[in-house]
Design a protein around this ligand. Structure first.
Ligand SMILES: Nc1nc2c(ncn2[C@@H]2O[C@H](COP(=O)(O)OP(=O)(O)OP(=O)(O)O)[C@@H](O)[C@H]2O)c(=O)[nH]1
Ligand SMILES: Nc1nc2c(ncn2[C@@H]2O[C@H](COP(=O)(O)OP(=O)(O)OP(=O)(O)O)[C@@H](O)[C@H]2O)c(=O)[nH]1
Ligand SMILES: [Mg+2]
Ligand SMILES: [Mg+2]
Lengths: 269, 290
């Protein structure tokens, strides 16, 4: 309903509501409106589209890892980490890489069972230890096994944790250090999995997690719902964290590369 | 940081010698920003601010000795009123009483089923949980393990038709003379017609005493859309707002309450079995307002 309109107070208000309801946050929205108000005279929506795309990371293009790589999958409870870990395993296996999945959620009921089922569906190695409550020990065993079978990609599923629990954040930091110190030949990347329907707390999550592990990228899940995950804007603009993948469903193949143009089209759509 | 924002808004309002239309408007803008930051839905925030402005412009405030203090009270009272002033517990009148849990993926339904079972058992009721999520890998196993922790039996058939499983589970509860049956269902998108039809058919068939919408306390603007859709699809009786042990302000509480008119009955305060508190509108109002 914004298409082709010139800048009027009404069209600005419609744009504001559309962006606010997409969880961009009022700070990001106010600065966007400011720019649009000052610059756009005609071709309003095209200008808004271009401006929004420029605020986002470029199109992500995953390629096979040249050096053995560990993907540490982290995030708060229920965002889709386990399902996403499986989707990533499937993606890299399809590219011809040897994949190992590590079930490092030793806490939640049936977390290992859940990843085991996914591992069978993907058809890749899976390392778990249902007798330990120590995620670091499973991580260690998993990486030794990945080293031995020359895995190209190791995907580590971790327990959901709220960043407000310092002991859980310390546990994550410890896992990160174990990898850095004991398995330095691997490239280590941490990806934070964020639920597109969550609001401004997502920025706080990324800030806090980022204090304990270096966050290289984010994966935005449940974009097949009505939520628009506008958090991608402040994530990149304020924290420099690019969204690399988006989750668009509950199956193995429901993972897409982040494309800023497709994303903004969907946002303004 | 929203806490500081409301603190500073209120500090500056309290310091005002008199309340004028201008400073009510300036404050209104600040309050709207603070509410958006707290994840209150933008149109709910808009109407909240409008209501507060109208009340503040009333003579009571303008004539008051401490107009700033009065203004703050208006905001607080209005927030508590929005959230639903009285606390409403579960209404379990049939035998067995049936509680149906519904909500989006990952909201905390399975965990909340265990928490509810634990709470009811501790109050002397016998409970049976039914594993009606046949889709998510190891969902049934998760509820079985939660049941073991709560020391509550779980009725499950592995895979199958969720409606049939619920019906047979209730029959089992009847034969065991259980007081309460809790139906744990699969997470579903309100956009998924088939899945919404499924939960409607379960509700129509078993006529639950309580249909609780389980929502993530960190939900943003989308809370209005999903709550609206579930409210239109099912005769909801209440809401459980989970993961409130985090530092999300919880504005979703206002949005969900506004759009469904249903009481928030419980909030989730940890991953553990005892992590379920009765909803307290005053505490949540303070949290949203910082
Ligand atoms: N619709 C939709 N559902 C998703 C998506 N990703 C995950 N889910 C669902 O979200 C729910 C939670 O997924 P999990 O993978 O268990 O989430 P998690 O982050 O590992 O959860 P915890 O380990 O308990 O913190 C499941 O029902 C998934 O099927 C997505 O992209 N779209
Ligand atoms: N910290 C905290 N975690 C919670 C709370 N409630 C649930 N969780 C966690 O949130 C995650 C998701 O919980 P589930 O019970 O699996 O969610 P669900 O709604 O059944 O998920 P689906 O069946 O996939 O839709 C798990 O890691 C739970 O331990 C809560 O109140 N506080
Ligand atoms: Mg998980
Ligand atoms: Mg569940």
């Amino acid at each position: 309903k914004l298409a082709g309109k010139r800048v009027t107070p009404e069209s600005l208000e419609t744009l504001e509501e559309q962006l606010l309801s997409a969880d961009l946050g009022y700070i990001t929205v106010e600065s966007i409106l400011d720019v649009v108000e000052r610059h756009s005279k005609s071709d309003f929506i095209q200008k808004v589209n271009e401006h929004l795309v420029n605020l986002l990371p470029g199109k992500f293009n995953p390629t096979p890892f040249e050096n053995p790589t560990i993907l540490l999958v982290v995030g708060v409870n229920g965002t889709g980490k386990t399902t996403t870990a499986a989707k990533l395993a499937h993606l890299y296996k399809k590219m011809g890489q040897t994949v190992t999945l590590i079930a490092a959620d030793t806490y939640r009921a049936a977390a290992v069972d859940q990843l085991k089922i996914w591992g069978n569906r993907v058809g890749c190695n899976l390392v778990c230890n249902e007798k330990t409550a120590e995620p670091t020990s499973v991580l260690f065993d998993g990486l030794e096994s990945a080293r031995a079978n020359k895995s190209d990609v190791v995907i580590v599923d971790t327990a959901g944790r709220l960043h407000t629990y310092s002991n859980l954040m310390a546990e994550l930091a410890k896992m990160y250090r174990v990898v850095e110190n004991r398995f330095p030949e691997f490239t280590l990347r941490s990806l934070i999995v964020m639920d597109a329907s969550l609001g401004q707390n997502s920025i706080i999550q990324a800030k806090e997690f980022g204090k304990h592990v270096k966050l290289d990228g984010a994966i935005l899940t449940k974009l097949d719902g009505t939520a628009r995950g506008g958090i991608v804007f402040p994530l990149f603009q304020e924290l420099g964290i690019p969204v690399e993948f988006i989750g668009i469903g509950e199956d193995l193949y429901d993972l897409e590369h982040f494309d800023p143009n497709a994303y903004v089209d969907g946002l303004l759509g | 940081q929203i806490t500081e924002r409301f603190e500073s808004i209120f500090r500056s309002v309290r310091g005002l010698g008199k309340i004028t239309d201008k400073n009510i408007n300036d404050t209104a803008r600040e309050i709207r920003r603070a509410l958006l930051d707290a994840d209150v839905n933008f149109s709910v925030a808009k109407s909240f601010v409008k209501t507060v402005q109208e009340k503040a412009q009333g003579t009571k405030v303008l004539k008051s000795i401490k107009p700033g203090q009065q203004f703050v009270k208006i905001v607080q009272d209005e927030m508590v009123a929005l959230l639903g002033e009285k606390v409403e517990d579960l209404e379990l009148t049939s035998k067995p009483s049936i509680i149906l849990l519904a909500g989006l993926q990952g909201a905390g339904k399975t965990t909340s089923a265990g928490k509810l079972a634990n709470r009811l058992k501790k109050s002397g009721k016998s409970v049976l949980m039914v594993a009606a999520d046949v889709y998510r890998p190891a969902a049934v196993q998760q509820l079985i393990m939660v049941g073991k922790q709560a020391e509550v039996p779980v009725y499950e058939e592995g895979t199958g038709d969720p409606l049939a499983i619920c019906k047979r589970g209730i029959e089992k509860a009847r034969s065991l003379k259980n007081d309460v049956v809790i139906l744990d269902t699969a997470g579903r998108l309100h956009l998924d017609g088939e899945m919404m039809t499924e939960i409607q058919s379960i509700s129509d068939a078993v006529n639950p005493d309580e249909i609780l919408f389980v929502a993530d306390g960190m939900t943003g603007q989308d809370a209005v859309k999903s709550a609206q859709a579930f409210h239109e699809a099912l005769p909801l009786t209440g809401v459980i707002l989970t993961k409130m042990d985090g530092d999300a302000r919880g504005g979703a509480a206002v949005s969900i309450r506004e759009v469904t008119g249903k009481p928030i009955k419980f909030i989730g305060t940890s991953e553990k079995l005892d992590g379920l508190d009765v909803f307290d509108p005053k505490r949540i109002a303070d949290r949203i307002l910082g």
